[in-house]
Design a protein around this ligand. Structure first.
Ligand code: ZN
Length: 340
């Protein structure tokens, strides 16, 4: 048993070593040390005809989800027309023709979850749709005006915090949040379908993408799970990867995020920082304060990853890929924003 524990510790240390290295260390031999995708996650991948490149699933209540196993968007079909939620750069250009296979109703509205081009950079395909309302947060619209990107059509209907869309007896509730991108993010809720879409916070089956989904606001990211769970929903769309999610996926992402945060906070606050500082200063001299500080921060990251990885490696996919980045995001918050 002891030997097994030692081997497990060694294996996880190797993984940490690999993930902490720079890209030139990404040799095939090192890449093979990462754990394969969990079978439970692999089983959730959509069957996609490679000639088409994406698939459309009816999730009920008039809502359809489109995915290429990398990005996801969705649309709501009503008697009076269709509302589209996001037009990813990867398959956005195909959305109008896919909708035409499901209904002969016209596309009336396109909603932007946030400003990032991977989620709305296919919107140019909607350019010639007559009287199309393009709906976004005012801050997203301001940003897009500044960018002047031909791949992201400018919104023509904006709002500050909340907006309810109504069409053909259906409602869609849009609410501003701040968990991911600098210009703000939307919760998109279709009550009749118990459908909730919030892009770039939860990737069902997986640990979040790098640095808690490249959040620009970890303080708000910590709150997003409870804000999602306050809704009544059966179907969750997070915008990425292989699966449509459920409440359970939001709950496990919350548990993971809080475990990372609490572990980093404890490791950081309990570390004898004076000893690490003076020990490093003896080696490199006291003047190189950036280097001494880097050693201190790296030690918090390494100790936190060593503790967290064995707890999560078999529960979520991609833990050995992104855990050091999550720990660094939490560390910035713990050291610079959080109370003691
Ligand atoms: Zn994004």
């Amino acid at each position: 048993m002891k030997k097994l524990m030692y081997l497990l510790a060694l294996a996880s240390a190797l993984c940490i070593h690999v993930s902490a290295q720079s890209s030139q260390e990404d040799s095939p031999e090192n890449l093979r040390k990462y754990v394969p995708i969990l079978p439970s996650v692999k089983a959730q991948m959509w069957k996609i005809d490679p000639k088409i490149g994406y698939a459309v699933h009816n999730v009920g209540g008039g809502v359809y989800v489109i995915s290429d196993n990398g990005w996801q968007s969705a649309f709501l079909v009503t008697d009076e027309g269709v509302i589209v939620f996001d037009a990813p750069a990867s398959f956005g250009k195909s959305i109008p023709s896919e909708i035409a296979k499901v209904t002969d109703k016209p596309i009336k509205m396109l909603v932007y979850s946030h400003a990032h081009k991977d989620h709305i950079g296919g919107s140019a395909a909607f350019k010639n749709i007559k009287d199309l309302k393009i709906v976004s947060l005012d801050t997203v619209s301001d940003f897009l005006k500044e960018m002047n990107d031909p791949n992201r059509l400018l919104p023509n209907e904006t709002f500050k915090t909340t907006k309810t869309l109504t069409l053909g007896g259906h409602t869609v509730e849009l609410t501003r949040h701040e968990y991911h991108s600098n210009e703000g993010d939307l919760f998109i809720y279709v009550p009749k379908a118990k459908f909730l879409m919030a892009v770039d916070c939860v990737t069902p089956g997986y640990a979040p993408f790098s640095g808690f989904d490249i959040t620009t606001n970890f303080h708000q990211y910590l709150k997003v799970f409870d804000e999602l769970l306050a809704y009544k929903f059966d179907t969750f769309v997070g915008g990425h990867l292989t699966s449509i999610g459920t409440r359970e996926d939001v709950e496990i992402s919350k548990e993971f995020t809080l475990d990372v945060y609490n572990t980093v906070k404890r490791v950081h606050n309990n570390m004898d920082q004076t000893a690490v500082w003076s020990g490093t200063a003896k080696v490199v001299g006291p003047d190189n304060e950036f280097l001494i500080f880097k050693v201190l921060l790296d030690k918090v990251v390494d100790d936190s990853v060593k503790e967290l990885q064995p707890r999560w490696i078999n529960r979520l996919a991609g833990v050995d890929v992104w855990l050091p980045s999550h720990v660094r995001t939490a560390l910035i918050y713990v050291r610079w924003d959080d109370k003691e």
